[in-house]
Design a protein around this ligand. Structure first.
Ligand code: KG4
Ligand code: ZN
Length: 369
């Protein structure tokens, strides 16, 4: 029975890839951003509204799931209405509604998924369930011209955010192979936890990026290591392409126990720069190993906003003679344009199976569709 359901889903997914839609309203609530967007033909972004909850989670130094879902419930009607208004459309112009169904926080996912299904039913249009990681990868295609898009596959995508860090080979839209992933913390989590230890506040990624600008990245040599044993236990993955960031956070903690923070601003900047360098070196070295001379490289997700990662990947791409694809900064962190875009390009699950989708916190990227 399970096999039959899976078979049916695979069939629907493969059909979906043949049937691109036009105007799609996308909804994203997998973590703490409440977002809605409208994308035409999978490419042209007509509106993208993102309401963050940074102020609500700052006192806790991280995302509190119950707080996030409560805020999604309050914000989602307004955010959706704003997306339709900003696009200059009427409800009747919407051809389909798409929403993230995983991975993410269960209670957050449920809000957007339920809103998406209800809206699709009330408008009498198809509903499409979208994988959040696949959508992050798709974000590099948004507003891209048709010629660049046609010649860009295959490429290796680094999906790097607060909840995920993985390397995926993209043969074409809908055909993926997971090459490596983190065995513990995500890179964004490492940034957020490191920033808390350094007293730099929340969210940690932008704070470390900023503080590190005037620092010396060679001030402390933090570990870039991978935990081979755990990586080998993730079946089928090359340990050389896996990541581990929990040891790095512990190394910073021990360093600070021995050398408590002082008022020296330059020392703080250098600690931030050294910590950041350890994360970024780990990311770039895995990308370098994962690409071949025929594959291009893409980076997506909140951490792909990092200035040192962007310049390091650009340097690597030029050295290897390949193209670097980065999403526009407004589409790097969580947003709904990537959800509507992927759905409009034919990705995701639709048909009766879509209306039965449950919020799936541990969803894993499908190998092929
Ligand atoms: O993609 P995203 O909005 O949410 C998830 O899907 O998790 O990513 C959020 C993460 C946070 O951990 C944040 O600290 C990190 O992206 N981030 C950055 C930067 N801007 C955001 N990390 C490093 N450097 C940045 N400039
Ligand atoms: Zn994300």
């Amino acid at each position: 029975m399970l096999c039959d359901t899976q078979h049916a889903k695979d069939w629907i997914r493969s059909r979906r890839l043949l049937l691109p839609l036009m105007i799609v309203l996308g909804i994203e609530t997998s973590c703490d951003e409440t977002a809605a967007a409208i994308v035409d033909g999978g490419m042209r972004v007509l509106s993208s509204v993102v309401r963050d909850q940074i102020a609500q989670h700052r006192p806790y130094g991280g995302v509190v799931p119950e707080v996030a879902s409560r805020n999604h419930v309050v914000a989602i009607p307004e955010v959706i209405e704003e997306a339709v208004k900003q696009a200059g459309l009427e409800w009747g112009d919407i051809g389909a509604v798409a929403a993230t169904y995983g991975p993410g926080l269960a209670s957050s996912l449920l809000v957007g998924l339920s809103a998406g299904k209800a809206l699709a039913m009330s408008l009498g249009v198809p509903f499409i369930g979208i994988d959040h990681i696949e959508a992050h990868i798709y974000s590099v295609f948004l507003n891209m011209d048709a010629d660049t898009r046609a010649g860009i596959c295959p490429f290796v995508a680094l999906a790097v955010s607060g909840g995920h860090t993985c390397l995926v080979r993209v043969e074409q839209l809908g055909h993926y192979r997971l090459l490596g992933q983190t065995v513990d913390d995500a890179a964004g989590e490492a940034f957020d936890k490191g920033a808390t230890l350094l007293g730099l506040g929340y969210p940690g990624g932008p704070a470390i990026d900023k503080a590190a600008r005037s620092g010396d990245p060679a001030f402390v040599s933090f570990p870039r290591g991978r935990q081979k044993k755990e990586a080998e236990e993730i079946k089928g993955l090359n340990p050389e392409l896996c990541f581990s960031f929990s040891g790095l956070k512990t190394a910073l903690l021990y360093y600070l126990k021995k050398h408590p923070l002082s008022d020296d601003r330059h020392e703080l900047a250098s600690l931030a720069a050294s910590y950041q360098a350890a994360i970024i070196d780990a990311l770039i070295s895995r990308c370098d190993k994962a690409i071949t001379d025929e594959t291009h490289i893409a980076a997506a997700g909140g951490v792909s906003l990092n200035s040192v990662l962007r310049s390091g990947l650009a340097e690597m791409a030029s050295r290897r003679g390949i193209t670097l694809l980065l999403a526009e900064p407004r589409f790097c962190a969580d947003n709904a344009a990537m959800i509507a875009g992927l759905a409009g390009a034919g990705g995701g699950i639709s048909g009766p199976a879509a209306l039965e989708l449950d919020a799936t916190p541990g969803l894993r990227l499908a190998a092929a569709s």
